[in-house]
Design a protein around this ligand. Structure first.
Ligand SMILES: [Zn+2]
Length: 98
């Protein structure tokens, strides 16, 4: 496995070259937000939530330290109620003392 950093303008050409050689291409993108799906608290309809950034990517019902609160309005036209959810920062390295 090889990791290659590709300039934007060369990207598509490189993708085509790799695919025509019959190779597998795995794309790693940084800085992406995270998509989570959950059921509305009020009617159970499926709701899609996006993380506010690529740091707060853990989705929680309850408030935690350093969490970002989001009020997500239900997309069901008969409901349209708010669902409060929290995005929590991904845990950093854990240091243990013994
Ligand atoms: Zn709802």
């Amino acid at each position: 496995m090889e990791i290659v950093k590709v300039p934007r303008q060369a990207f598509l050409g490189l993708v085509e070259a790799f695919l025509s050689e019959g190779r597998d291409l795995i794309l790693c993108v940084r800085g992406l937000t995270v998509k989570k799906e959950f059921g509305c608290d009020h009617c159970g309809a499926g709701i899609v939530a996006w993380s506010p950034d690529d740091q707060h990517i853990i989705f929680r019902v309850g408030k935690e330290s350093e969490s970002i609160e989001r009020k997500i309005v239900c997309t069901n036209p008969n409901c349209k109620k708010e669902n409060v959810r929290y995005w929590v920062k991904e845990a950093g390295p854990v240091f243990m003392t013994g």
